[in-house]
Design a protein around this ligand. Sequence first.
Ligand code: NAD
Ligand code: ZN
Length: 689
Amino acid sequence: MSVAPGRMFPMTDATALASQAAYTEAVATAARAAAAYYADGATPLDDDVYDQLVRAIESYETAHPEHVLPQSPTGKVAGGTASGDVPHSAPMLSLDNVFSVEELAAWAAGLERRLGRPVAAWCVEPKLDGLAVAARYRAGRLTRLITRGDGLAGEDISHAGGSILGLPETLAEPVDAELRGEVLLTQDQFEQANTTRTAHGAAPFVNPRNGAAGTLRAKDRPYRIELTFFAYGAQGLAGGLAHSELLGRLAELGANTAASTAAQPRRCETVAEVQARIEEIARIRAELPFGIDGIVVKADAAADQELAGSGSRAPRWAIAYKLPAVHRVTRLLAVEWNVGRTGVIAPRAVLEPVVVDGATVTYATLHNPADITRRGLLIGDQVSVHRAGDVIPRVEAPLVQLRTGAEQPIEFPEVCPRCGDAIDTSQQRWRCVRGRGCQAVASIRYAAGRDQLDIEGLGGTRAVQLVDRGLVADVADLFLLTREQLLTLDRMGATSSDNLIAAIEAAKAQPLHRVFCALGVRGTGRSMSRRIAQHFGSMAAIRAAGVDELAEVDGIGPEKAAVVVAELAELAPVLDKLALLGVGVGEAVTARPGAGAGAGAEAVAEGPLAGQAVVVTGTMSGPLAQLSRTEVNELIERAGGKASSSVSKRTSLLVAGEKAGSKRAKAEELGVRVLNPEEFAELVGEFLN
Ligand SMILES: NC(=O)c1ccc[n+]([C@@H]2O[C@H](COP(=O)([O-])OP(=O)(O)OC[C@H]3O[C@@H](n4cnc5c(N)ncnc54)[C@H](O)[C@@H]3O)[C@@H](O)[C@H]2O)c1
Ligand SMILES: [Zn+2]
């Protein structure tokens, strides 16, 4: 992640409030969201959106101070929605925010103007994404634990004291003091918490922060959830310590601090150094074992802090440099089950697209079936999605409070979705019992298919037999099969053996594009294979091509080209065998630069509609609904057919939608085959876009 100058994510400009009515509504929305956020975390707004809203409210209030509403969240700790009955020894404040390095520099300059001198030094540390607590110690023993509340008084949560790592029951010295810091769930603790909760029939936590809040408040739970404490402040310890010295002192007393992590607090002399450290922490954010939602910059010296003082909501000597939210709420649309090369069957969430940390996320990992159960997910749920840096996006949990009742259970496969054989569910990661053989069966079936090598007599069960008997492990092995070997298979007589051998022999002469297609390289269906074959002219040339050359083929971008190159490299042993056997060398089509998508002469002779005269009538539906009549006609031509407008003896096929009328009657009279738009779309599926 880079924090180069400029805004890291869209800010308030677009959401400036134009009128008092808009302001009133914004205040109401923010107040509702904050109330939900500090109560149970079930807010429909993402943090970024909430922050933007509050900024817009603030700027409106600056311009119209006479119109400020009393329920406005600005200037208040927790937006004024939290409270408590244990008074704090000194206010527990929030932090003001900046969103760019320019704003940070302006804030630092403002602080120095206020002080009338340069800030002696800064301390830069992670902004831990949890909840602030005050821990009171008497003679070194923990006596009371209190939430931040409204900043002036909080709730007593002493019951939680025993399950917080890094918050000692007894300090290393018998001091009377109050430690302040953040309580959070690390990623591991969050996963563990949700396993425990779902096992007890409780709803999983939406995200670690929400989980920490719920856990601190809860009493009398039948299970224990472990949390972690990071100290960053204190009351009642010897005064005059710089912040960085105080952190050292807290660690000496036995409390956990961020110094124990890769995002260690660092003392910086200049704002440039501060920016560099911010950038470092932002860069390692995704690898930290706990969540951070920003980086806190503090004036280090006690004298600077004292002179700057505090406002009602936040100290003036510290600022939070916010990072883009890595948690987003979106809808779970479906779960797909993909079988990997080794037969592992992995679920994948299909999401309503959402931008998280700068990238659009449409898929997220669900790890394994137990993971789905642990999270208690349903199709249609609003879910919290996490993504940071290059980390694979993951679904964290459903927001059960937002369910409508229309959610559906997730169906788990009963047989391998690729080969149809049984699933081994004895491990967390489900596997096809066929293991690597699953891939072999699937790839051989695919290779023998009508649009590839077109080997009749090599359907599903035959492919399974051949793989199970160890006769075939890849496409090339097919061409080494002997009649004698085939005769040893169940239900395989002399005639079927001869026929299959003949079909395989014939397949040797299949043109290059079909042999290439038979390899099953990802993203290269029938028409793409044709284009690649036409472009390069021989398998040797295709294999010799690099990413750049492949990317020149119509329809292959650099990313797809890289996939093709990588998969071909993996297929090298198969390709070597095929070359030795002389498969895929027949009828090499000469390279035709610029040949379009399946539009060449070959395409016309090859598609599912090859040589057919097709008429379209009525209203198109299904996948064809979006197409104009011209587009449907183009589709027919791409698929090898000829589009015509009237039904006659020469018509091969009529595609009849709703309100088809006289053409349909005539076709039926002439005995012409009639398909509805859906059936037709299936027939020409591959050519649809
Ligand atoms: N999504 C929503 O609807 C919604 C609603 C309300 C609030 N929020 C989120 O909550 C934020 C406000 O929460 P907040 O009031 O807790 O303030 P905050 O999280 O913006 O910052 C203040 C808090 O940071 C914490 N903190 C972490 N590391 C720290 C460190 N090293 N030093 C000092 N403090 C540290 C402390 O708990 C402190 O109270 C908003 O910015 C928004 O992102 C979201
Ligand atoms: Zn399988």
